[in-house]
Ligand binder design. Structure first.
Ligand code: AMP
Ligand code: ZN
Ligand code: FE
Ligand code: FE
Length: 279
């Protein structure tokens, strides 16, 4: 069984629609795909319909933006109730502020480079707005040749154009995910390329309040980090997942480049309120 538990569609910053994503998953030989767009469940309905036609089993999830002090983190929520109002309201709040934040970043970029809000809107699919859409607008205007270059030249957190967006504390995010019947897994917890990462103690504290697992096998966790994360998972009894974080043509990550064991998926499914759609 090939299981990839972290991907993005055009409902956030991926470049494939949910149905294209499922078709590509099938072509890549995947048996199970999770679609985990940033701060939204908008892909869930179209993905459910497409999964039934494609023959790929579907895990519906959301990658929730959160923070630990000054560290920005992502918490994957699997199989929660998308109508549970406290979580849905929090996700809407994040999406709204992501839009304000993008407008502020574009205002700064406009002053130096002439980039406009319309340029960025032309790159979104109506879903959650993120820096990758600003990157795509910079590419369309000939100001960068790839998302990579746009991030390293203009969009990285240390640069003059960066603006933060609202996110809940990770403890609050995990509590909401659990109340919504979901299972919380810490996405790319050792991604040093993105900045400071959570300490062993931070992760232990999250495990104590209900974090279920760590996304150990992810290309942004280097070898030493994967070793550290395995040790932490063992100490605190956390599940270990692996996933691609595929964004279509928007990133180099390939579908199924990291995968999750069936036993681990079964454990997630048992703990969650929602159900896997088995093909
Ligand atoms: P945001 O959530 O708006 O702050 O943007 C972060 C998103 O940008 C994440 O989904 C990352 O996968 C993506 N990202 C971060 N760095 C890069 C990069 N160098 N190239 C392409 N995408 C990136
Ligand atoms: Zn993304
Ligand atoms: Fe992420
Ligand atoms: Fe992601």
């Amino acid at each position: 069984m090939l299981i990839d538990l972290h991907t993005h569609s055009t409902e956030s910053d991926g470049t494939c629609s949910p149905s294209e994503l499922l078709a590509q998953a099938r072509a890549a030989g995947l048996d199970v795909l999770a679609i985990t767009d940033h701060d939204t469940t908008a892909s869930w309905q179209p993905a459910e319909v497409a999964a039934l036609h494609t023959g790929v089993s579907l895990v519906r999830g959301t990658e929730v933006s959160a923070h630990l002090g000054s560290i920005s983190v992502h918490i994957l929520s699997y199989l929660h109730d998308p109508t549970f109002a406290p979580l849905a309201t929090e996700l809407a709040r994040i999406r709204t502020d992501r839009k304000n934040r993008a407008r502020n970043m574009v205002a700064r970029l406009n002053a130096d480079l002439g980039l406009t809000w319309e340029d960025v809107m032309a790159q979104t699919g109506g879903g959650t707005v993120g820096r990758p859409h600003i990157a795509d607008a910079l590419i369309a205007q000939g100001l960068a040749s790839s998302r990579e270059e746009a991030f390293s030249r203009y969009l990285h957190p240390a640069g003059p154009y960066y603006v933060r967006h609202y996110s809940p504390d990770a403890r609050q995010a995990i509590a909401l995910i659990q109340e919504a019947g979901g299972v919380a897994v810490f996405a790319h917890p050792g991604a040093r390329c993105r900045g400071e990462v959570a300490s062993d103690d931070d992760i232990g504290e999250l495990a104590a309040i209900g974090l279920a697992g760590l996304e150990v096998r992810h290309r942004d966790n280097d070898g030493a980090e994967q070793e550290r994360l395995c040790r932490i998972a063992k100490n605190f009894g956390l599940l270990r997942t692996g996933a691609s974080d595929y964004h279509g043509s928007g990133k180099v990550n390939r579908l199924a480049e990291n995968t999750t064991e069936l036993r681990v998926l079964q454990e997630i499914a048992e703990r969650a309120m929602g159900r896997v759609i088995w093909a």
